[in-house]
Design a protein around this ligand. Structure first.
Ligand code: NAD
Length: 429
């Protein structure tokens, strides 16, 4: 089967899926550096359980359309499954399972008492009305009702979903049990139990890890530091906003419609306003148009991929010119490409570290909701910094003492911790 056909199949085995295999391959290589128990590796190569659901929706024109949805629990040794719900036309089972595996490893790396999960619906949210999106979300929640819950599996936003989506999930779940259950999702609006600081937490974490990296590399972060961001959604926008706030210059940004490049610097608020009015970046009057591929190849100091996976591969790695690659997105770089970048001296802050801010503050939201005691935004941001800087330091120490690249180091540090927990609990029977 051709690679593209494979990528587009709804239910594909993860055994042959390129993105899934890439994550397994990284895990295998990282596992070798910490002498990972073979049985632990065998178990981690597969998701614990996967749920497929078909989701019928009455569209605005009166017809019924059936969408394909998934929820995967990859591993729940450390706690309830935790991970986003993605609405995107390319969602499939193998991709969802690979993303769930990344969540397991991310949560273990930052030492949260949470396992890894992920979900998604294969749809184009840009083509759905608000009413259609609400129906889709509520029916999907009903279909996965037995699979989720504050002690079992706690979804959050991802590509194509936001705090409104989470509010619909929470309301549907709560209606079925008969009382409000804020702990069933994170990334909720503040008024129904969301946490201050959650909306920009992933972008904030990306920027905190860039600051930590710059200290280790002795690199200044100021007006001479140029930044390009692929994807101008939640993660991309807040990464761009916060890195500009500390003095760096955003010179390029993109979304699904393409990108814009201006060596003089871009006005982030004007970009946001343009997208709010026109839905996409295309047509933005300042700077020159660049494709998403061209954006990745621009001569910038810091590159932040914050859209989809598999963006930097052996096909374009030779054209990547950044000094720091901070992976806001999940799985934007293949292992081979990552190793080439590392050998060229590009400093990578891998996805499970760079974008962990979202799940860290989701964890804070869950804890606050369970205790009905809410923290200030300053407290949230300070605790986020403490946890993500701790994970950065553990990874960096491993990287510098073992002379292993940052991606394998992050996976190694993570799987070493998880493996101890799995071995304590043991395999049943
Ligand atoms: P989002 O839906 O808010 O934004 C996604 C952005 O990517 C949009 O600007 C969209 O136009 C763009 N995009 C979509 N398809 C594209 C394509 N083919 N080429 C280029 N751009 C494209 O999503 P988000 O929540 O910002 O998530 C972005 C990435 O960050 C994903 O990989 C997600 O898994 C990861 N992530 C998100 C969070 C979070 O808290 N939201 C946490 C950790 C990781």
């Amino acid at each position: 089967m051709a690679e593209t056909e494979h990528d587009n199949a709804v239910i594909v085995g993860w055994e042959n899926h390129p993105f899934y295999q890439n994550v397994v391959h990284i895990l295998e290589r990282a596992g070798q550096t910490v002498d990972l128990d073979f049985n632990v590796f065998e178990r981690l190569c597969r998701p614990r359980r996967c749920l497929y659901v078909s989701v019928p929706v009455r569209m605005d024109d009166g017809t019924i359309r059936v969408f394909d949805g998934f929820r995967v629990h990859h591993n729940t040794t450390l706690g309830p499954a935790k991970g986003g719900i993605r609405y995107h036309p390319e969602v499939n089972l193998a991709e969802t399972a690979a993303l769930a595996m990344l969540m397991t490893l991310k949560n273990s790396l930052v030492r949260l008492p949470l396992g890894g999960g992920k979900g998604g619906i294969r749809c184009d949210p840009g083509l759905l009305s608000r009413r259609e999106k609400q129906s889709l979300t509520r029916r999907f929640t009903s279909e996965i009702f037995t699979f989720i819950g504050p002690d079992k599996d706690i979804p959050a936003p991802d590509i194509g979903t936001d705090q409104q989506t989470m509010a619909w999930v929470m309301d549907t779940y709560s209606s079925q049990v008969g009382y409000a259950v804020p702990g069933v999702v994170t990334g909720k609006p503040i008024e129904i139990g969301g946490s201050l600081g959650r909306v920009d937490a992933t972008g904030r974490g990306v920027v905190y890890t860039i600051i930590e990296a710059s200290k280790r590399l002795g690199m200044a972060l100021d007006q001479s530091t140029t930044v390009a961001v692929q994807g101008f959604g939640n993660v991309g926008f807040h990464s761009a906003r916060l890195i500009s706030n500390i003095g760096c210059k955003l010179v390029a940004a993109s979304d699904v419609s393409g990108g814009v490049y201006s060596p003089k610097g871009l006005d982030i608020i004007a970009l946001q306003k343009w997208i709010a009015e026109h839905r996409v970046l295309k047509g933005y009057p300042e700077g020159e148009y660049v494709t998403n591929e061209e954006l990745l190849e621009l001569p910038v100091d810091i590159l932040i991929p914050a859209a989809l996976g598999n963006q930097i591969t052996t096909k374009n790695v030779d054209k990547i010119k950044c000094k720091i690659l901070a992976e806001g997105a999940n799985g934007p770089t293949t292992l081979e490409a990552s190793q080439i970048l590392s050998s060229r001296g590009v400093f990578t802050i891998p996805d499970i570290l760079a974008n962990a801010g979202g799940v860290i503050v989701s964890y804070f939201e869950w804890v606050q909701g369970m205790q009905n005691f809410f923290w200030s935004e300053k407290d949230v941001n300070n605790k986020l910094w403490e946890i993500i800087a701790g994970a950065f330091n553990r990874t960096y120490e491993f990287h510098s003492t073992k002379k292993i690249d940052m991606r394998l180091s992050a996976f190694a540090v993570s799987v070493e911790h998880l493996s101890k927990a799995m071995l304590w609990r043991g395999f049943f029977p």
